[in-house]
Design a protein around this ligand. Structure first.
Ligand code: APR
Length: 309
C-alpha cells in the first residue's frame, strides 16, 4: 500500500493533499495538524468529492502520528506563513522549533520515508530536517525551484505572448534573494528565451520572479501563496511515488556538482524512488554559475544562524 503524509493542514498543506489525492497515485494521503478537527473536517470534505472528481485515494485527517506510520513520502508544510513585511528569516526561530518536533515524529513512525520540506525559510528548514532525521541526504529535499520556475514560466508566457505550455523556465540557487533564474536554459515557443525577449525585459521578469512570493503576500494581506506552491510539491511527490526519474528543480544536497559541496541548494535533480537519484549538472553561463556559487555561500551563512538558536 502506498501512503503519503502531509504535515500541516493549512492552505499549503490542504491544497497539496487535494492535488495528490486527485492524482489518484497512492492508496492513502494522511493530513496531520495540531489543530483538532481541522484535518478531520477537511479530509471528510475531500473524501466526499471523490465520486465527482473520480478518484479512489482516501484522505485521513488526524492529530495522531500513529496514523502516519509507514508513509513512503512525507511533506512538511507545518509552520507559520510569512506575513506582509516579514522576511523569511523572521520565521526562522519559530518554524525551526516546529520542523524539529515534526521531523522527530516522522523518523519515529516512517523511518524509510522520503521527506519533502516546504516550510520557510526553506534552505534552513531542509538542512535542519536532514540533520535531525539522520536520513541519507538523498531522502530529504526541499521544494522551491519547481515553484520559482513555474512563476518565471508564467511571467515569460505573458510577456512573450506564448502558450504557457510552450514555455520552459529554470531557476536555481536559493529560494529568496539569491535565487538564480537561468535564462540560458529557458525557452519560449521552442526558441531560446534570449531570441524572444530583449535583455531588459528578461531582467524585469527575473526580478519579479525573485520577489514572486512577496508580491502575492502583499496582495493577500494575510497568508502566503498556495496554489502554485502546492502544485509544485505535489509534482515532486508524484515523481517520487511513481519512480519517474523526472528532472526537476529542487533543493538538494550538493556533493561537488558545479564545484559546490555540503549545502542544500536549488539545482536540477532526478526524482524517483528514494528521493533524489542524481543532481544533474547543466551547462551554465559564467554569470549564472557565479550566481549559483554566490547562492551556495549565502545559504551556508544562513544555515549558521541555526546554530545560534
Ligand atoms: N505540527 C503540525 N501542524 C502544525 C504544527 C505542528 N507542530 N505547527 C503548526 N502547524 C499547522 C498549523 O496549525 C496550520 O494549520 O501548520 C498549518 C500552517 O498553515 P497556514 O498557516 O495556512 O500556512 P500555509 O500557508 O499552509 O504555509 C505553511 O509553507 O510556504 C510555507 O512560509 C510558509 O512555512 C509556511 C508553510
Amino acid at each position: 500500500m502506498s501512503k503519503v503524509t502531509v504535515v500541516g493542514a493549512g492552505k499549503y498543506g490542504s491544497t497539496t493533499v487535494q492535488r495528490i489525492a486527485e492524482a489518484d497515485i497512492v492508496d492513502e494521503v494522511v493530513m496531520i495538524d495540531i489543530v483538532e478537527g481541522l484535518p478531520q473536517g477537511l479530509a471528510l470534505d475531500m473524501n466526499q468529492s471523490r465520486p465527482v472528481q473520480r478518484y479512489r485515494t482516501k484522505v485521513l485527517g488526524t492529530n495522531d502520528y500513529a496514523d502516519t506510520a509507514g508513509s513512503d513520502v512525507v511533506v512538511i508544510t507545518a509552520g507559520l506563513p510569512r506575513k506582509p513585511g516579514m522576511s523569511r528569516m523572521d520565521l526562522l526561530q519559530v518554524n525551526a522549533g516546529i520542523v524539529k518536533q515534526v521531523t522527530q515524529q516522522i523518523v519515529a513512525h516512517s523511518p524509510d520515508s522520503v521527506i519533502v520540506v516546504v516550510t520557510n525559510p526553506l534552505d534552513q528548514m531542509t538542512t535542519l530536517c536532514a540533520d535531525i532525521s539522520g536520513f541519507p541526504k538523498s531522502r530529504v529535499l526541499g521544494q522551491a525551484g519547481m515553484l520559482d520556475s513555474a512563476r518565471f514560466a508564467h511571467f515569460i508566457s505573458e510577456a512573450a505572448e506564448v502558450d504557457i505550455l510552450d514555455v520552459e523556465a529554470v531557476t536555481l540557487g536559493s529560494h529568496g534573494a539569491t535565487m538564480v533564474p537561468v535564462p540560458s536554459l529557458c525557452k519560449a515557443g521552442g526558441k531560446p528565451l534570449v531570441d524572444v525577449l530583449d535583455s531588459e525585459t528578461i531582467d524585469e521578469l527575473v526580478d519579479r520572479t525573485r520577489k514572486g512570493g512577496a508580491e502575492i503576500v502583499g496582495l493577500l494581506k494575510t497568508g502566503s501563496a498556495y496554489y502554485a506552491p502546492s502544485a509544485a510539491a505535489a509534482a515532486m511527490v508524484d515523481a517520487i511515488i511513481t519512480d519517474a526519474g523526472t528532472e526537476m528543480p529542487v533543493c538538494a544536497w550538493m556533493t561537488g556538482e558545479y564545484g559546490i559541496s555540503d549545502v542544500y541548494l536549488g539545482v536540477i535533480a532526478k526524482l524517483g524512488a528514494g528521493g533524489v537519484q542524481e543532481v544533474v549538472q547543466k551547462s551554465l553561463t559564467d554569470t549564472e554559475l557565479a550566481g549559483l556559487r554566490e547562492a551556495a555561500t549565502a545559504v551556508k551563512e544562513k544555515v549558521e544562524d541555526l546554530n545560534a538558536l
